[in-house]
Ligand binder design. Structure first.
Ligand code: PHE
Length: 501
């Protein structure tokens, strides 16, 4: 076995962790989540979710990766014999996420080009669905490929591969650019947005608290889902990244820096997006809630371009800035998922890392083609919902059970406290062993009960037919579980694995 790869500096690691965390989830998912789930009041469940799950888990994942010097599967097999499959769950979940995340990156790539000539003209929504996605009538009709999406996808995967081709060495170099650049661009967009007439109405819409929403369990489930996704938790990414840290490395302070930087980016993005929406409402004489539409994916690909096209000057520049920001935000999240998968495979079987990177990107590209079909958007929507609301929360729950109950959180704490600048007290143990399992268990049960109630009422997510929910939701989760269990049972070939068994 060769020596393990290492980050060249502490900053390289922190940038890579922030790069993974800050992604497409910050720039449109967070602002929209906030607006839909009670505006400013959403910040309350969001912060509670950060404190009760996000922060304890990111510290735990950093500590696990650093202590066991391996990606998630081998790390969990060392935590508890027979628990290797939990690590593989994080890896297969990463694989599911990268296959659709790369397709959103493909749209962003296309929009870099379209921005140059404001190709959407006066109808950004029709342009997105008609020209770019060439959307079919429903999940039952794949309808062949959308050529623009395929071209974007080839470029996006090419870029992902290029960034990660030499492992953490090339990643360390790339994140020097892809972390500061989007922050600068975001700064430009925030200043532009807040100096437009009507911006204040947009900001009000974003932050005005509607406390009645706090009584809805759905809002809490969304907050926990958002915190998992935004911090790249339960995907093995943070475990793999921390495993490349040298022996004497800070754990807790690095975790806090990552969380604050990531959440700051989300919070700022809200001002850019909603300030601009306020302006659009102002020019159209409409309400912000009317122009913001139903948000989600649309927010980045047609609502925002439309708002930008109404600017008095420089709309080409500002839309270019926006899509370069999205691309640089997203690319380091995308390749972090590949790194997690590759670390899992290489640590167990000792294969040649470069070959595994190539193969993972190739297989990832081929599977992502499903979402490049004309019906791809429907499948992307279903898979995203089920892997996040059920997959990630369940994996997070198992992680805290493994550490809190089987390994013992106090033992992990006595490992990371001496090497860390910030020392954690017993609250960490209480959190990992009691509070986090209770809240995650509660959210998971609530999600399952809600799913059953909806099914009884014949109401399925997004109004999709039952068979599509079964295939894209439940079958997808079943395949993830089966593959993970099998991978966890196979005997490993190299030292790193054997030590564990
Ligand atoms: N955190 C990324 C975002 O907010 C997405 C991501 C999830 C990346 C899981 C890696 C792992 O866009």
């Amino acid at each position: 076995m060769q020596d393990r790869e290492r980050w060249s500096t502490r900053t390289a690691f922190i940038f890579a962790a922030i790069g993974s965390a800050a992604g497409l989830g910050n720039a449109w998912r967070f602002p929209y989540m906030a607006a839909q789930n009670g505006g400013g009041a959403f910040l309350i469940p969001y912060f509670i979710a950060l404190i009760t799950a996000g922060i304890p888990l990111i510290i735990t994942e950093f500590a696990i990766g650093h202590k066991f010097q391996a990606g998630a599967p081998i790390a969990f097999s060392r935590i508890k014999k027979g628990w290797e499959s939990l690590g593989w769950l994080t890896i297969t979940a990463s694989f599911v996420i990268i296959t659709y995340y790369s397709v959103i990156m493909a749209w962003v790539t296309d929009y870099l080009w379209y921005s140059l000539k404001a190709a959407w003209a006066n109808a950004p929504k029709d342009f997105f669905f008609g020209k770019v996605l060439q959307i079919s009538s429903g999940p039952g009709e794949l309808g062949g490929f959308s050529i623009p999406v395929i071209i974007g996808l080839i470029l996006a995967w090419g870029a992902i591969y290029w960034c990660i081709r030499n492992g953490v060495r090339s990643v360390g170099k790339v994140v020097k650019w892809t972390v500061p650049l989007p922050v600068i661009m975001l700064g430009i967009l925030v200043i532009r947005a807040l100096t437009l007439p009507g911006a204040i109405d947009g900001v009000n819409f974003y932050l005005n608290p509607d406390f009645s929403k706090l009584l809805e369990p759905k809002v809490w489930a969304s907050a926990y889902g958002q915190v998992f996704f935004t911090l790249s938790l339960a995907t093995g990414v943070m475990i793999a990244y921390a495993s490349y840290l040298p022996k004497k490395s800070d754990i807790t302070n690095n975790a806090f820096i990552t969380v604050f930087a990531n959440c700051g980016i989300s919070f700022l993005a809200g001002f850019a997006v909603f300030g601009t929406m306020g302006y659009m409402a102002f020019t159209k004489g409409a309400l912000v809630s009317e122009v913001a539409g139903n948000g989600g994916i649309g927010l980045a690909f047609w609502t925002y371009p439309e708002a930008i096209s109404l600017l008095p000057f420089g709309s080409v520049i500002f839309s270019l800035v926006f899509f370069i920001m999205l691309f640089t935000l997203g690319i380091d999240s995308a390749f972090s998922l590949i790194e997690s998968i590759v670390a899992g495979l290489v640590d167990k079987w000792g294969w040649n890392k470069k070959k595994v990177v190539r193969l993972t990107c190739l297989v990832g590209f081929i599977i992502s083609l499903i979402y490049a079909t004309k019906g791809g958007l429907y499948w992307l929507d279903i898979v995203d919902k089920y892997i996040n609301n059920f997959g990630m929360v369940a994996i997070g729950l198992f992680e805290v059970i493994a550490i809190g109950w089987l390994y013992k959180s106090s033992k992990l704490r006595s490992y990371f406290n001496p090497i860390s600048e910030i020392k954690l007290g017993r609250w960490y143990d209480v959190m990992i062993a009691v509070i986090t399992p209770i809240v995650l268990g509660g959210i998971l049960i609530w999600n399952i009960v809600q799913e059953i109630i909806d099914a009884i009422n014949g109401k399925f997510y997004g109004g999709y037919p039952l068979w599509a929910i079964i295939v894209g939701g439940w079958l997808m989760l079943a395949v993830v579980i089966i593959i993970s269990v099998i991978l966890g049972k196979i005997k490993s070939q190299n030292n790193l694995g054997r030590k564990a068994n």
